[in-house]
Design a protein around this ligand. Structure first.
Ligand SMILES: [Fe+2]
Length: 124
């Protein structure tokens, strides 16, 4: 059973999927059940992983985190997602990029998630 916007990972091949419509079936990859990623459950630095949401005159900036997360080849933030007034936005990042994303939209209700390739899924 999967729910809308849950994120699952295959620990064998590394596939990561986001559910757009929940169903009763179990998600399977490489002949094994995929693992549900739960936010903020890995034992790691909160300051470097919990997204920080800032509103500016032009839009919304999401930084990871209150202390900048490393963006190295082997350890980096793969993407930052913002849900702004119910609309989901996502920016993919690469090693060497800043660990932040700017979304040029304004909104009242903003939540954010990010995915660290080593420490998993985090939200604020
Ligand atoms: Fe990390």
């Amino acid at each position: 059973m999967a729910e809308k916007l849950q994120i699952f990972k295959c620990d064998i091949c590394g596939n990561i999927v986001i559910v757009l419509h929940g169903g009763k079936g179990e998600l399977v990859c490489c002949n094994e059940p995929m693992r549900l990623l739960s936010e903020n459950t890995v034992d790691a630095s909160l300051e470097k992983h919990v997204p920080v949401i800032e509103k500016s005159a032009d839009g919304i900036i999401v930084k990871v985190g209150s202390a900048a997360h490393p963006m190295e080849e082997k350890h980096y933030i793969e993407w930052i997602e913002a849900t702004i007034d119910g609309i989901v936005y996502r920016k993919f990042l690469s090693p060497g990029d800043k660990p932040e994303a700017f979304f040029p939209v304004k909104g009242n209700s903003v939540t954010a998630r990010e995915y660290c390739n080593i420490h998993g899924l985090w939200k604020s």
